[in-house]
Design a protein around this ligand. Sequence first.
Ligand SMILES: CC(C)(COP(=O)(O)OP(=O)(O)OC[C@H]1O[C@@H](n2cnc3c(N)ncnc32)[C@H](O)[C@@H]1O)[C@@H](O)C(=O)NCCC(=O)NCCS
Ligand SMILES: Nc1ncnc2c1ncn2[C@@H]1O[C@H](COP(=O)(O)OP(=O)(O)OP(=O)(O)O)[C@@H](O)[C@H]1O
Length: 209
Amino acid sequence: MPKSIHVNILINIKTAKLMSLIQITPYNPNWPNEYQTIAKQLRSLLDKIALRIDHIGSTSIDALAAKDVIDIQISVDDVSNTAIEQKLTSVGFVFRDEAICDNLVGLDADSIELKKKFFQQAVGQRRVHIHVRQIGRINQEYPLLFRDYLRSDVHTKRAYAQIKIELAKHFSNDANAYYAIKDPYMDTVYAAAKLWAKQTNWQQDTDFN
Ligand SMILES: CC(C)(COP(=O)(O)OP(=O)(O)OC[C@H]1O[C@@H](n2cnc3c(N)ncnc32)[C@H](O)[C@@H]1O)[C@@H](O)C(=O)NCCC(=O)NCCS
Ligand SMILES: Nc1ncnc2c1ncn2[C@@H]1O[C@H](COP(=O)(O)OP(=O)(O)OP(=O)(O)O)[C@@H](O)[C@H]1O
């Protein structure tokens, strides 16, 4: 193969990879079904270790554009229980030990309230993020409250979609920039969600897997 064609192919592959890094797609009504299938497998795998299994993140919110990633939270008694890792990796999920905490404005990264374990789909499978968090911690409540608030407030939901679409347009190949802006924006939504939770006496629902 001539060298110029080879270089062109390499550039195209590299560009395609960069371009697909952050991509927001319109809401897909099949996301909840995909979640249910995975959640049932997780329930039988983890049995009593999982106190609750929930669909979280944007794919759990009707009509919200999102990255095509099914986010799942598994709430446990003890996030350092090594059985969780053993069981999830035994069926192919990939443990990412770089992501041991969440970010929340006002808390240090090493706060006990932010500890988590993070897993991704087995190689070649549809994109899934599994967040294992300890029941009762701030970071365990966050995604459930954030989800329920966005489900209840169409204007905030639309604003969140717009922010993500714009960020993805400007920073599709720069995940750090995408999250550096999206994360504190989410925390302002979360602050409003906490007020809403007080007003409505919001509790974690009982409709989990
Ligand atoms: C978790 C990793 C390995 C997965 O990367 P990948 O490209 O496969 O997935 P993706 O970009 O969708 O990230 C997964 C989730 O991690 C979070 N995240 C990813 N990057 C960042 C970032 N720069 N800042 C904050 N949160 C991030 C987001 O909530 C996201 O949904 C990667 O994102 C990473 O190394 N992230 C940084 C880990 C981190 O934030 N550590 C904080 C110290 S505890
Ligand atoms: N500090 C935090 N602690 C716990 N959960 C958090 C925290 N920050 C964000 N989350 C939750 O994690 C979920 C998944 O994060 P993610 O970055 O994948 O966002 P998303 O809403 O799914 O949007 P995207 O379309 O970019 O994937 C968020 O919807 C939010 O509920």
